[in-house]
Write a protein that binds this ligand. Structure first.
Ligand SMILES: CC(C)(COP(=O)(O)OP(=O)(O)OC[C@H]1O[C@@H](n2cnc3c(N)ncnc32)[C@H](O)[C@@H]1OP(=O)(O)O)[C@@H](O)C(=O)NCCC(=O)NCCS
Length: 162
């Protein structure tokens, strides 16, 4: 089940984020590992309308988290949120990523957002496939990021909510 993340979840959130730095995942560079303190600060900023959620299974274990964040601090970027999703490496490819998008879309609509935006590296096939039922692919920025010594394209995904 989804529940709002609290500061008590900071260790788990950081752990799941750091798992995605491994080679072959293509989620981010491995140079800035997350820490509990970074996530506590992040969680303090993630209040409505930018909530963070953890996904907890029956034995109490957290196997993923997802969030809405500001796309830009510039004031003209109103009513738009950016999505993030990170799932335990033992539970990827089981449909939870799509469940998270459904949850984030429903939450964003309820909070009155007009647009949702998401980005993924083009080689992050799982991320892009799980986004396909929800988002339109609207742009590709070529060779903007270096991960494990290779240049990567960033795909921009877009969903109009109203
Ligand atoms: C990206 C992520 C959130 C997606 O969630 P998920 O639960 O793994 O994804 P889903 O199971 O909902 O969907 C995965 C899709 O990829 C496919 N897939 C699964 N394993 C795959 C693999 N090894 N290679 C290619 N495709 C794969 C599935 O068939 C499914 O596609 P379909 O809906 O067309 O059948 C999750 O994999 C994750 O946390 N990855 C690491 C962190 C990350 O990359 N976050 C996103 C940053 S942009």
């Amino acid at each position: 089940m989804f529940r709002r993340a609290t500061c008590a979840d900071a260790d788990e959130i950081a752990k799941l984020y750091n798992q995605a730095m491994k080679p072959g995942i293509f989620a981010m560079s491995p140079f800035a590992p997350d820490t509990r303190n970074k996530r506590v600060a992040w969680l303090r900023e993630h209040k409505d309308p930018y909530p963070a959620f953890v996904y907890q299974i029956d034995n109490g274990k957290i196997i993923g988290w997802c969030s809405l964040s500001t796309l830009s601090v510039r004031p003209e970027y109103t009513d738009v949120a950016e999505t993030s999703r990170y799932i335990d490496e033992n539970h990827r490819g089981e449909g939870l990523g799509k469940l998270m998008f459904a949850h984030l879309v429903e939450t964003a609509r309820a909070l009155g957002f007009r647009l949702l935006v998401s980005t993924a590296y083009e080689r992050n096939v799982r991320s892009l496939k799980s986004a396909a039922p929800f988002f339109d692919r609207v742009a590709v920025q070529h060779e903007v990021a270096c991960i494990h010594g290779e240049w990567h394209n960033v795909v921009w995904l877009w969903k109009k909510l109203r």
